[in-house]
Design a protein around this ligand. Structure first.
Ligand code: GLC
Length: 672
């Protein structure tokens, strides 16, 4: 049977059942793939139009659905000349219409198109067909720029496919943990966490950001945020529940390859959304019938319109965690999942104008998703980038990964690690060094490489800095060091071993020593100290939500507890984590699990803080679980990689002893 579906008009059953998943063995997202279909051709042809959709270029598409292969045709009735314009070709859109890339169209419509792309990908082995291709720049998804028409070139043997695919219908992976009596608070927290689960087509796919029944204006807090789901995922995994995590990873993988457009501009393929929502959409022409659709936000709706750089990095980190905790590695070995990893890395490792190995991003592209003066090379992104690279290094399957991608991962890891350890680290000795810096040095031998004027050492730092310990600064730019302490970046540097063992220890020493400033009445400050007065006005743009000691500007975020716990366990200091959990436990439940706390010592529930914030709840539960199972916790962090440190990728340093390599002769005393 062949049925037809057009944007806006559907003559088939709800898409989730029809298109995406049937959870049956030996199917890819619901479609049996006959082995005989080794060279099935998917035509992109023009025909069958049902309705016009207004977009900036008015494009109408339709699909013909084959129950065996999914969408077979993508139909264009009203193609606009613009889509053939040269400026569009560089974007590698997923769908070609009569040989032209589709660049812009209606949002809802893009959902359908993306399904085509994903389904094509699921049936295709285009990545495999490039196994011997040494250039990873050539990664593409069927339907992309080079494809006319889309050809399913080769399928793996049935057995191979079955081995690679997770069977959704089988009972979930069970992980055994020792019994412990849960406290009433924990029981309540579990209930709330379960209450925040979002289902899609009958299966759990994530948790909403906040579930406060009294909140009449949830904005986007009723969506599943990628970063927010990580502690939920870990809580579930550590509780022996893997299904929701697997579903989340696969569905967000699909979203990654959707065509996304903001004002006629499309970002890179591998961009992972900040969040998504499951919407119920009426089926055109079928009164009373609805279909569920996933509606992602890549930043086109988010306040500030910022692309979430951290989402893809978290996705990779979670993918590794899923494998490590469940022992089920088939998910990460899947061809489409491997392609997903590669697309994210491709975005991150793309050549640019940069002189540094750090990732250059805009303000607000991570947990701090509003203007807070963290544009450039913020520590949080670098630490997550490093973690994601290390996780990828472990997960990419050698035979399916282009050699130069593997080399790019290794090289970047080594350079990034050196750069952060050497230039972001501050302790008493280093501050004193900066204090005495000479400026305007012109040469490759400069000691003050970034031309930092000592006057920018803030007065708070001079008095605040403890004798022992240290931390990684928030950002490094030409003539600019952001000396604020950012908790997530520092904790994740410990967890991923971006910092050296000594530095990691130093960070925890500093947190312990500065407990009243960084923990006080609620763990933990998102950053320290707050920006105030003119600084607040200029740097935040007078943001009324980010007033001093509130929200991102020095607010206290209980969700950071799980990352702190993980870091403490790694550094063999669980007692420090226990102390923080005890502080949090006193208030979180009775305060209704706020998103964040305000004031210098975290005494008040945040001015505009959401209540029943899921990652507060999940962060608490995950912290408890991690402390209970240090063995499991150890699967989540990454140990020092000594081989990495020996790799000097520029070929000028190390044994060669050439002066040009900074690494050959680190100028400061901070030898990694
Ligand atoms: C806020 C936070 C962001 C979080 C979102 C949903 O925007 O800054 O990190 O993901 O809320 O909880």
């Amino acid at each position: 049977m062949v049925s037809y579906s057009c944007a806006g008009i559907s003559t088939v059953k709800p898409s989730c059942r029809r298109i995406l998943i049937s959870y049956k063995r030996s199917s890819v997202f619901g479609f049996q793939i006959p082995i005989s279909n080794r060279s099935a051709v998917i035509n992109l042809s023009k025909s069958r139009v049902s309705r016009g959709i207004h977009t900036c270029n008015s494009i109408v598409l339709g699909f013909r659905v084959d129950p065996k292969l999914g969408f077979r045709d993508v139909i264009d009735s009203n193609r606009n000349g613009f889509c053939c314009s040269a400026s569009n070709w560089g974007r590698q859109p997923r769908v070609l219409l009569n040989g032209c890339p589709v660049g812009v169209y209606d949002r809802r419509f893009s959902r359908l198109v993306s399904k085509v792309a994903s389904d094509y990908r699921n049936h295709s082995t285009s990545v495999e067909s490039h196994v011997n291709d040494t250039s990873w720049e050539r990664i593409y998804i069927q339907g992309g720029l080079n494809v006319k028409p889309v050809v399913i070139e080769k399928l793996k043997s049935k057995q191979e496919n079955e081995d690679k695919l997770l069977d959704y219908s089988r009972s979930d992976v069970i992980i055994e943990f020792p019994d412990r009596k849960e406290s009433e608070i924990e029981k309540g927290a579990w209930e709330l966490l379960r209450g925040s689960i979002v289902n899609y087509c009958g299966s759990p796919v994530g948790t909403i950001a906040a579930a406060d029944p009294a909140d009449k204006l949830p904005l986007n807090y009723d969506q599943v945020f990628i970063r927010d789901f990580v502690p939920s995922a870990l809580a579930f995994l550590l509780n022996g529940e893997g299904e929701i995590v697997k579903n989340f990873l696969l569905h967000t993988l699909q979203l990654q390859s959707w065509e996304k457009t903001v004002d006629c501009h499309s970002p890179g393929q591998g961009l992972t959304p900040a969040s998504f929502k499951v919407r119920s959409v009426p089926l055109d022409g079928r009164p009373g019938e609805f279909e569920e659709v996933l509606d992602p936000d890549f930043g086109e709706s988010a306040i500030g319109r910022v692309a979430p750089v951290d989402s893809g990095l978290w996705w990779i980190i979670l993918l590794r965690a899923y494998g490590k905790i469940t022992g089920d590695y088939t998910l990460q070995e899947r061809v489409d999942v491997q392609t997903g990893i590669q697309l994210i890395l491709k975005l991150c490792l793309a050549d640019g104008f940069d002189m540094f190995p750090t990732l250059l991003v805009t303000d607000g592209s991570c947990m701090i998703d509003r203007r807070m003066g963290i544009h450039g090379h913020p520590l949080e992104i670098q630490a997550l980038f490093y973690s994601a690279l290390r996780c990828s290094q472990e997960m990419v399957t050698v035979n399916d990964t282009p050699k130069d991608l593997v080399a790019a991962i290794n090289n970047r890891l080594s350079a990034l690690c050196f750069h952060i350890r050497e230039y972001y680290w501050v302790d008493m000795k280093k501050i004193n060094e900066i204090y005495r810096y000479k400026t305007e040095e012109y040469s490759t031998d400069a000691i003050n490489k970034f031309n930092i004027y000592p006057e920018q050492i803030p007065s708070w730092l001079v008095d605040w800095f403890p004798e022992s310990g240290g931390y990684f600064i928030g950002n490094l730019q030409p003539a600019h060091m952001d000396f604020r302490f950012f908790t997530l970046g520092n904790l994740w540097s410990i967890v991923s071993s971006l910092g050296s063992p000594k530095q990691n220890d130093g960070i925890l020493n500093l947190i312990e020593e500065k407990w009243d400033d960084l923990v006080a009445n609620m763990p933990l400050k998102i950053c320290y100290p707050a920006l105030d007065n003119e600084e607040w006005r200029i740097i935040t743009g007078s943001d009324p939500k980010n007033t001093p000691w509130s929200y991102h500007n020095g607010g206290s975020w209980p969700t950071l507890l799980w990352q702190f716990t993980l870091a403490c366990i790694k550094m063999k200091r669980p007692e420090l984590a226990r102390k923080a959990i005890t502080v949090a436990e006193k208030r979180l439940s009775s305060d209704k699990w706020p998103e964040y706390y305000d004031t210098r010592y975290g005494r008040f529930i945040g001015k505009q803080s959401r209540l029943y914030q899921t990652w507060t709840i999940a962060g608490f539960l995950t912290s408890k679980k991690l402390l209970e199972n240090p063995e499991m916790a150890s699967k989540l962090f990454l140990e020092e990689d000594y081989q990495l440190l020996e790799n000097c990728v520029c070929g000028l340093g190390g044994k060669h002893g050439r002066k040009k390599c900074y690494r050959a002769a680190p100028r400061s005393h901070h030898v990694v």
